[in-house]
Design a protein. Structure first.
Length: 425
């Protein structure tokens, strides 16, 4: 049931005496891994500049923060904006088919309204011209309103196994990318994060080393590699497992594979899709019990957001269509040219639904679920390093970017704040 709680703007003015542009009062804020009641947050421009308790532990009321705009949150939860490392498109279109930065932003805005404020736009085994097209779009994004919502580029393929293609277009698969593309991707890392999901049996460890030296994050996915091959890739800093369980060989007695390698390695991060379709509840439980909680990352893997009459999506020579709250595609029998079965192609959720599912269905504490969609992915990308000149997101702390969400206790969103600005909701 939707809560009738709504944050209330209690003052709005332009007095030069106000120190803060925006003040949020009376919120229950997630700070340092736990919720704190009766918190005030002061924002100047796009940064969090002050966090304090309205009343001290001794019961002494502190001086109120003053702002040009002040919100009484009325006890709502204050969360960091969500950070999605794998979002493929929306409205029947993939990001690698977008024509310009404005179109990318238009596809992202429905996710913004669901609390996702930082995204690595993801390309599903693109061809070389599609990669170059998106690099050009990214270089123009910073000039667009909301362009800073995009923090990076995730190439999921084409360096993946033809034994675990999923919905990906096999004719695009490669064992390496041209040096010119790597150079462009490396140059992109001066402003964006770049991540490549690859199958370690397709490339050499020297190739992984080259990507790491080019400031490109390397993840493992869509692979049928042996346990030993994956462990070797991890030793060479391929420290992220993409959508664990999906597009990997199953765990077995004598063939632990990529799944076994990531489950027992506490140094690695893994992502998973909590849409109640991609994973059995017991599989999520295994991930939760096997891995340190700070190494778990929620991703949407969304082809679109919503329910009902969602548009089909063309991926290579296949069509993914919406059915039963997820995207599927019909697998073909190449010999008889007939449909065999429906194959999962992607989700239709945002990270907000993933967080809700983790709390309501999968047994995570609410703080754990939120961190898997905020602090953990940001930590993987080292966004919270004070030495970085990149925006700091994923955690409510002073000097971080003011990307915030106000929700009720059931995580129904009441207000999104992006770079210190209230987003109409």
């Amino acid at each position: 049931m939707q809560s009738d709680l709504k944050p209330k703007i209690v003052s709005k003015g332009g007095s030069s005496n106000y120190l803060f542009d925006l003040v949020i009062n009376n919120c229950n804020a997630l700070i340092n891994y736990e919720f704190h009641n009766n918190i005030q947050v002061g924002i100047v421009a796009n940064r969090i500049k002050a966090i304090q308790e309205h009343t001290s532990s001794a019961g002494v009321q502190k001086i109120n923060l003053k702002g040009k705009t002040t919100i009484d949150a009325k006890g709502l939860l204050l969360l960091p904006g969500f950070v999605d490392l794998q979002l493929n498109g929306n409205k029947g279109k993939l990001f690698h088919d977008c024509i310009d930065a404005k179109e990318v932003i238009s596809l992202l805005m429905p996710f913004m309204h669901r609390g996702t404020t930082s995204v690595m736009i993801t390309l599903i085994s693109p061809n070389l011209s599609q990669i170059r097209n998106v690099i050009n779009i990214l270089n123009s994004l910073r000039e667009e309103p909301f362009g800073s919502m995009v923090i990076g580029l995730h190439l999921e393929g084409p360096l993946i196994s033809d034994q675990k293609p999923g919905i990906h277009h096999k004719p695009n698969f490669k064992s390496n990318l041209p040096a010119s593309i790597i150079k462009e991707l490396s140059k992109l890392t001066s402003h964006f994060f770049v991540m490549i999901t690859l199958a370690p049996e397709v490339v050499t460890t020297k190739y992984i080393d080259m990507l790491i030296q080019s400031n490109i994050n390397v993840a493992v996915g869509h692979t049928s590699a042996s346990y030993e091959t994956v462990k070797k890739a991890i030793e060479h800093k391929a420290g992220f497992g993409t959508h664990l369980f999906n597009a990997m060989d199953p765990l077995s007695a004598r063939i632990p594979g990529a799944l076994g390698a990531f489950l027992i390695d506490d140094t690695t991060y893994v992502s998973f899709i909590a849409d109640k379709a991609h994973l059995h509840k017991a599989s999520v439980d295994l991930i939760r019990k096997a891995k340190p909680i700070e190494k778990l990352v929620l991703v949407s893997d969304a082809l679109a957001y919503g329910r009902g009459n969602l548009k089909p999506v063309k991926i290579g020579d296949r069509i993914a269509f919406y059915k039963n709250n997820r995207y599927v595609s019909a697998q073909q029998d190449e010999k008889e040219n007939r449909n065999l079965k429906l194959q999962l192609a992607g989700s239709s959720i945002s990270l907000l639904e993933a967080v809700k599912n983790c709390v309501n269905e999968y047994g995570f504490r609410r703080e754990e679920a939120i961190n898997m969609a905020t602090l953990n992915p940001a930590s993987y990308l080292a966004l919270n390093s004070k030495k970085s000149d990149r925006p700091l997101v994923g955690q409510i702390q002073e000097e971080n970017i003011a990307n915030l969400i106000l929700t009720d206790p059931q995580f129904d969103i009441k207000q999104v704040i992006f770079e210190g600005k209230l987003i109409p909701y």
